[in-house]
Design a protein around this ligand. Structure first.
Ligand code: FUL
Length: 487
């Protein structure tokens, strides 16, 4: 009798348990320890926004310039029908989660009536000098449920104090105005450009003062610059994050702009970086950052935007897509139409997770506990995940679909509150005729979100194979999709 019991137990443990059926109900299995740097709560919320709008607007909108020299007549700024609600409505309909506006670009022109500048909307005469674009936009964002963010260039080609130590305090005062008068700011975007440095007018920026000013007035804001600290530049303006993209970066000793690490480092992050500095990809829907009638017919195509989505959001980066309003102060119909077409294409791609009726099996479940069961990768709860034992640096999920289906897109997410871990994975399909797994697609890093695209295949059985991980894998979600071809 005892022998039989022993045999049954042995059979259960050796034959069945490895396939994930030994899932104890006990909650006593401890979660994995975080690996390396991890996001703050604000960085996690920021990452979950994924896609939001950049708005370049100012005197350059009216002068066909990309970099105004600060000597422009402020009266050139004269939008005939400014409508920030139209921007917000467009962003919301496009599926974006917020808007970041160039409150002050390199020309120094302030889109609000700053006390610390004589080059502002007040001097422009627009709305009799009583206009305030930041007020109108922040109100519109609130109305449309969008987050509001601000870009400010420390490089100022207008301000007389620029290039002197006094300028740093002027800039901090300017920041204070913007960050204390318009409600919550989700992201503070610092441009690292210092274009007059070569001409001997180099400003030593007091980044510590600037950062402290931000955190004093907006403790939840994520600070963007080439090197974070909240989020980092992706190293190009073409919309392409590295295929390998770590959210970790070594930032000590570096500065935004001239003192930043090489762009290829920004593009991929540092595998063992000490800071959590996730990537943001900024790119314009038109060839320039500012509106120009010359580019009305050069708005990026849907397939180009879809590619950009996949090389940014699909590669562990947020996407900050610039949509520059025109001289009326409205988003041009060519841009808004394209944004809606892009949204429809993305919705069609992610309409249905083909894994919704799949059976998942894994030999690798942490402590055999239900708390970390593989089924968690199919639910919507962000805080439930599949985890493996600490010793596992490889892992597999076998996926069986009710019948063979066609697909061309695979999505996978790591649970980043525990750090970024995976460095090599494949999606494989089972070939019954040869009795073997074939690689459908492969990737290096995953991070918050990774999406692989590949020529359409039709199979019933697949597996996610994690081949290398710096610490035991912790996977939050997987998805399989069939994206319609874009003509
Ligand atoms: C750059 C600027 O020089 C461009 O004009 C633009 O604002 C881009 C987003 O950042 O550094």
């Amino acid at each position: 009798m005892r022998n039989n019991l022993f045999t049954a137990l042995w059979l259960y443990c050796v034959m069945i348990a490895p396939f994930g059926l030994l899932l104890s109900c006990s909650d006593s299995v401890m979660p994995p320890e975080p690996y390396g740097a991890v996001p703050t709560e604000n960085q996690l919320k920021w990452q979950q926004m994924e896609y939001y709008m950049f708005v370049h607007f100012g005197p350059n909108t009216f002068t066909d310039m990309e970099w105004g020299d600060g000597k422009e007549d402020p009266t050139v700024f004269n939008p005939s029908a400014l409508d920030c609600r139209q921007w917000a409505a467009t962003a919301q309909a496009a599926g974006m989660k917020g808007i970041i506006i160039t409150a002050k670009h390199h020309d120094g022109f302030c889109l609000w009536p700053s006390r610390y500048s004589a080059h502002t909307v007040r001097e422009s005469g627009w709305k009799d000098g009583k206009g305030d674009v930041l007020k109108e936009l922040s109100d519109a964002c609130r109305e449309y449920g969008l987050a509001f963010g601000v870009y400010l260039s420390p490089w100022d080609r207008n301000h007389s104090a620029y290039g002197t130590p006094e300028y740093n305090q002027v800039f901090a005062n300017t920041l204070t105005e913007v960050l204390s008068n318009y409600g919550t700011v989700f992201e503070q975007w610092f441009d690292g450009a210092n274009g007059d440095a070569e001409k001997g007018k180099r400003q030593e920026y007091d980044w510590e003062l600037f950062h402290n000013t931000v955190y004093t007035h907006q403790p939840h804001a994520v600070i963007f610059s080439d090197v974070g600290p909240g989020c980092r530049w992706i190293g190009n303006e073409r919309g392409i994050a590295g295929e390998t993209n770590w959210s970790r970066l070594n930032i000590d000793g570096f500065e935004p702009g001239l003192g930043a690490p090489p762009v290829d480092t920004l593009n991929t992050g540092n595998v063992y970086g000490k800071a959590w500095a996730p990537a943001e990809t900024d790119v314009s829907i038109r060839p320039g950052w500012f509106y120009s009638p010359q580019t009305d017919d050069k708005v990026k195509s849907v397939s180009h935007l879809v590619d950009i989505y996949h090389t940014s959001v699909g590669r562990n980066s947020n996407l900050l897509l610039n949509v520059p309003p025109n001289r009326e102060g409205r988003i041009h119909p060519n841009d808004s139409t394209r944004l809606m077409e892009f949204k429809r294409a993305m919705d069609a791609c992610f309409a249905r997770n083909l894994l919704d009726k799949a059976t998942l099996r894994t030999p690798d479940t942490r402590g055999g506990s239900r708390k970390y069961a593989v089924e968690h990768v199919l639910n919507e709860d962000y805080n439930s995940y599949w985890a493996t034992n600490d010793s596992a640096h490889t892992a597999r999920i076998e996926i069986t679909l009710p019948q063979a289906v066609a697909f061309n897109c695979f999505l996978v997410q790591e649970y980043i509150p525990l750090g970024q871990r995976v460095s090599h994975f494949t999606l494989e399909s089972w070939d019954e005729s040869t009795d073997q797994w074939n690689i459908v697609a492969e990737g290096s890093t995953i991070g918050y979100k990774r999406i692989l695209r590949f020529p359409r295949v039709t199979v019933q059985k697949l597996r996610l194979h994690i081949l290398r991980s710096l610490a035991s894998p912790v996977i939050n979600r997987i998805g399989l999709y069939d994206a319609p071809d874009i003509r």
